[in-house]
Design a protein around this ligand. Structure first.
Ligand code: K7E
Ligand code: CUA
Ligand code: CA
Length: 643
């Protein structure tokens, strides 16, 4: 164990009281036993080496342990990886509060079982789900005035190129769109303003990067990779329709958007357009590819597009060959070192930062200069690079504290490096005395994404940094071969980063955002009128037959269903609709039908329905699966299937 590991272990096991971590200045020369664990008020804590860690003696203010009943101050929205859901965490405690099923069925809520969720997820002609696997990586929320506005969040499915929208009033997925002409949809980012209309200072578009190139249309099994292309896609934030696509050279990976709405970008690790990894890393340089949003939309309006295969989506040409004249170009390829990874927008609105991955560097691109290039004022887009500085091995993603510092994960070094962006620019310009690296912290282990509280907004507050470590190895009790991932929380309020907590998470989140709790106002009871099939009065319950199609209408009010029993016939196609008429917060009912693969929940004032074939005569006790009342076990109905 390195001394850093020991120190971290001690810190994280230092008792459940109000843990107080000594200030960073003292940490440097720390003897192991000196981790402060005290219930004294912060004024009595070891005096801060004043100035060294401004505001940092108040580490208690950033402590992660909340007393019973205390609420977190931040929400975190986490991608669930290949569990296909979105997770909602409270921070700083790191408690998982909720999982929002999106792309993959979920047995708790009946996602993929109810007709309503199946409609969102997409079905085949026979009514079965089109897909039951997904791989989510990136989640981002809608903006207004450069900060989250609490309307929507979006999440990608890389496997089947789908984008899901989450309503942040009910924390549910309400729409899923499959992107045409694209495989490996990876990066995702909402715009933050309209590029043309200053009145639209909120999100109306979501940009999606396609990582894998294929033949277009993808209906010939050609192995000639040189004929493949990737596309960058724009989805309408409200309608969730695909607005347009840009065909490009190379691939898309992560995505970023500017605060003024004018630019979107994607990093490209495969400008070689290789099909084997040796080919993909054969070149010393790759690119950060910029999209001029206004010009793309003018081109679409002017009819300068084609369509691909069956898709009606307009596709404009963003390749090198078609965009040589900067003044009319839709795209600009900015050269960056070999196989870059994340691209992130600084909260001051000035820069995009590309992390090097195979290059130990971070590249700072000044957006004003990219716009100069598009205006013909810069002879090469590459001149928009204002810094290209060494950070460490395996830089992947970058977060910000709103005080001019960037935090980049170093996958191979298992570190987070804190660096000052303006100092890096000075260093790059020739001032070798500019010390841009501010701090380094070992993390456990191999970090991918990281994000700071409010990092990707103008309101970046520099309090907490979460780091998604891809390997947890020895950090948790062993549970067989599959290890959890290790989400670590770091206090970044001072000069030095301080590790606060480890949290095991089920595999495998990638990206996440952390924002202040007051930015969303969730509703905890549904509106009955939002469901067209709601059964508003228990008197409307009953069995309604049309041939062999049978509708069963039922309501729930603790501790009873409105139908104590209902009769159908063998072979009937039954649609059962259940409205929960309970209005009290936290009064959810469940409805299970044995042997028919049915279980779902209805939250207060929610309506849900299921359709199934009653194919075996018998008596089936339908029962409430969600604890609701002292008579929860008695809350039942009988489905009697007559021969
Ligand atoms: Cu770095 Cu898919 Cu965002 Cu994962 S990507 S780590
Ligand atoms: Cu209703 Cu349990
Ligand atoms: Ca490459």
């Amino acid at each position: 164990m390195s001394s850093q590991d020991k120190k971290n272990t001690l810190e994280t096991s230092a008792g459940l009281g109000r843990r107080r971590f000594i200030n960073s200045a003292a940490l440097a020369g720390l003897s192991l036993g000196a981790v402060a664990c005290t219930d004294k008020p912060s004024s009595a804590a070891a005096p801060a080496a004043s100035g060294a860690a401004p505001g940092h003696t108040g580490a208690s203010a950033n402590a992660t342990h909340l007393k019973p009943g205390e609420l977190d101050t931040y929400y975190g929205l986490w991608s669930g990886g290949h569990t296909g859901d979105m997770r909602v965490l409270g921070l700083p405690s790191g408690r998982e509060i909720h999982r929002i099923p999106c792309f993959v069925p979920d047995a708790l809520v009946g996602w993929g079982i109810t007709n309503e969720s199946k409609k969102v997820m997409g079905t085949k002609a026979d009514g079965s789900l089109k897909y039951t696997v997904a791989d989510t990586h990136h989640t981002h929320a809608s903006y207004k005035d450069g900060n989250y506005d609490g309307r929507y969040a979006w999440i990608n499915d890389k496997i089947n190129s789908r984008i899901a929208r989450i309503r942040l009033d009910y924390f549910i997925c309400d729409k899923i769109t499959e992107l045409p002409n694209v495989q490996g949809f990876h990066g995702i980012f909402p715009d933050k303003a309209d590029p043309v209309d200053p009145k639209i200072n909120y999100t109306t578009r979501v940009f999606c990067g396609g990582e894998f190139a294929t033949p277009l249309p993808n209906n010939i099994g050609s192995d000639d990779g040189s004929t493949y292309h990737s596309l960058f896609t724009c989805v309408d934030a409200e309608s969730m329709e695909v607005r347009w696509q840009v065909m490009i050279d190379g691939n898309c990976d992560l995505t970023a958007t500017s605060y003024d709405g004018k630019l979107a970008a994607t990093n490209q690790y495969n400008t070689e357009m290789g099909v084997k990894y040796e080919d993909m890393m054969s070149s010393e340089r790759d690119a950060c590819l910029f999209f001029h949003v206004a010009r793309i939309e003018e081109a679409v309006k002017a009819g300068k597009f084609k369509t691909i295969g069956d898709s009606k989506v307009p596709v404009v040409d963003g390749t090198h060959a078609a965009n040589k004249d900067a003044k009319t170009a839709l795209t600009a390829y900015v050269s960056v070192p070999k196989n870059p990874h994340g691209v992130n927008a600084s909260p001051d609105g000035k820069y995009f930062i590309c992390a090097g991955k195979l290059s130990p560097t971070g590249t700072v691109i000044e957006l004003a200069k990219v716009l100069d290039y598009f205006d013909g004022k810069l002879d090469s887009a590459d001149k928009a690079v204002v810094a290209d500085v060494e950070l460490g091995l395996g830089p992947l993603h970058t977060a910000f504290d709103g005080r001019g510092n960037a935090y980049t994960t170093l996958f191979l070094d298992s570190q987070v490096v804190k660096w000052n962006v303006e100092a890096a620019i000075k260093f790059h310009a020739g001032d070798k005395s500019a010390k841009y690296v501010v701090d380094r912290l070992d993390v456990q282990y191999q970090p991918g994404h990281l994000n700071a509280s409010q990092s990707e907004t103008r309101a970046a507050d520099g309090k907490y940094l979460a780091v998604g470590c891809k390997f947890s190895k020895d950090r948790f009790l062993p549970v067989g071969p599959l290890h959890p991932e290790n989400e670590q929380l770091i206090d970044i309020s001072g000069d030095k980063m301080v590790l606060l907590a480890d949290h095991p998470v089920r595999g495998e989140p990638h990206d996440f955002i952390i924002f202040k709790r007051e930015l969303v106002s969730p509703k905890q009871v549904y509106n009955l009128d939002d469901f067209p099939n709601a059964i508003k009065d228990p008197k409307d319950s009953g069995v309604f037959r049309k041939g062999n199609k049978v509708e069963v209408k039922m309501t729930s009010q603790a501790p009873a269903f409105s139908l104590r029993d209902f009769k159908v016939k063998k072979g009937d196609i039954v649609t059962l609709t259940l409205t929960n008429l309970d209005k009290i917060e936290d009064l959810t009912h469940g409805f299970a039908i044995p042997k028919h693969n049915v279980n779902f929940i209805v939250n207060p004032q929610e309506t849900a329905s299921v359709t199934f074939v009653a194919d075996k005569p018998g008596v089936y006790w339908c029962y409430c699966t969600h604890f609701c009342h002292a008579l929860h076990l008695e809350m039942r109905s009988r489905m009697i299937v007559e021969a």
